[in-house]
Design a protein around this ligand. Structure first.
Ligand code: ADE
Length: 406
């Protein structure tokens, strides 16, 4: 992913050389370019601001340096695949930055950030930019910072860590706060019993029990309780399913297999109607086959949350694996969403989740689908996949691939 940041304080972005984001840059996963807005001025004082028309406090950023800076960024980074960046302008008057937005931005090839200072950018900069590229004003929260740089640090970290290979363990992404619309459960490490000098504080016994089912249930209860106590707005939102963020997403366990069989049967029957008699494995496989499939693939299952947050009906799933014998290919499949919840972006978001699970060795995403269902092929195309000419891996199917973005 390419990132460009324009600021009058380029040094502010220095922390992006540190930690996992710094490593992602060195590994070539993030191609970050920081530009000094003053390089696009032409006067002796390198002026970027002026007083507001109509009076009022503070200064306004002049339009001309911004137009030049954006033209420079676009010239420097344009490719056939991504001719312009998506311009993000941080500001307290923008749409709220959320984990869901971080996921959407992580799927884009090129983001540019325009860091305003003072009272903000001359409004004509937005009009000028919007005629040339997608523009979104994004707010970190309902408070006012001195400029966009701190917000860019936060957004680049939140987006960058979702890119494949930046955080080693994809499961740790699934389990953290805001993934699935709930806050993170509390965590503990040794010693199991700690005397803080006045009070002995024990780790909750369930975590020492070795009963993984009980631990998972306890953790989920903690997530629900924390969300209700600290973020009642999120708890209420979780009751309705608007998209993947509203579902409880986890890596599947054998106990999920029976519901997977049921969902599979529901989701592949429409394909049976038009398949021309070809075999459709998700309709034919037994419960034992499905359990075996869980061992060979990483399967994610999404459940609606019942009242109180407990995971309820299994409504969506996807799976992924490194192709046996070829570590450069990540195979995804069995992408399914319950009929009543289709059309909310859940399938697309799950596919992205599965792609994010690919290890760094992977350079190509691969999937296979029936040639008889053009709507599904169109959906995969919208996610960046392209059909491989000729028949797919099985009769009546087509293979689709997508290059992993560096
Ligand atoms: N710039 C100033 N305040 C901001 C905020 N709350 N979010 C993003 N950018 C900002």
């Amino acid at each position: 992913m390419r990132l460009d940041v324009v600021s009058i304080f380029p040094e502010y972005l220095a922390p992006l050389d540190l930690s996992l984001i710094g490593k992602a840059r060195r590994d070539g996963v993030l191609d970050l370019h920081v530009h000094d807005l003053r390089d696009f001025t032409h006067d002796r004082h390198r002026t970027v601001d002026d007083s507001p028309f109509g009076g009022g406090a503070g200064m306004v950023m002049k339009p001309e340096p911004w137009a030049e800076a954006l033209a420079h960024v676009t010239r420097a980074g344009a490719t056939d695949a991504a001719p312009v960046p998506h311009l993000i302008v941080p500001g307290p008057g923008g749409v709220p930055f959320t984990q869901a937005m971080a996921h959407r931005l992580a799927a884009e090839p090129w983001l540019a950030f325009a860091c305003g200072r003072y009272e903000g950018l001359d409004e004509r900069v937005y009009e000028h930019a919007a005629e040339r590229m997608p523009v979104t004003v994004v707010s970190l929260g309902d408070y006012v910072l001195n400029g966009g740089e701190v917000a860019v640090l936060a957004m680049v970290e939140a987006v960058g860590r979702l890119l494949p290979g930046v955080v080693g363990n994809a499961e740790s992404l699934v389990e953290e706060s805001h993934e699935g619309g709930l806050l993170e459960y509390p965590v503990y490490t040794r010693p199991a019993s700690w005397d803080d000098g006045g009070t002995v504080r024990d780790v909750p016994p369930v975590l020492l029990s070795g009963d993984h089912g009980a631990i998972e249930r306890w953790r989920h209860e903690q997530r629900v309780a924390r969300t209700a106590a600290r973020r009642p707005d999120l708890a209420a939102a979780a009751a309705a399913v608007a998209g993947l963020d509203d579902l409880d997403v986890r890596v599947a366990a054998p106990a999920d297999a029976a519901e997977l069989v049921v969902l599979q049967r529901a989701c592949w029957v429409p394909e049976l109607m038009v398949s021309g008699g070809w075999a459709i494995p998700p309709l034919e496989e037994s419960l034992d086959d499905t359990v075996a499939g869980l061992a060979g693939w990483t399967t994610w299952v999404a459940r609606v949350r019942a009242d109180g947050g407990a995971p309820g009906r299994l409504v969506a799933s996807v799976r992924g694996r490194v192709r046996p014998g070829d570590p450069t290919v990540w195979e995804t499949g069995r992408l399914m969403v319950a009929p009543d919840l289709q059309g909310r972006g859940i399938g697309r978001a799950l596919l992205e989740l599965a792609e994010a699970g690919a290890p760094p060795s992977v350079s190509t995403y691969w999937l296979n689908t029936s040639s008889a269902v053009p709507a599904n092929i169109r959906r995969y195309r919208r996610s960046g996949y392209r059909p491989v000419p000729g028949e797919g891996a099985w009769p009546g199917t087509v293979d689709l691939t997508k290059r992993r973005r560096p």
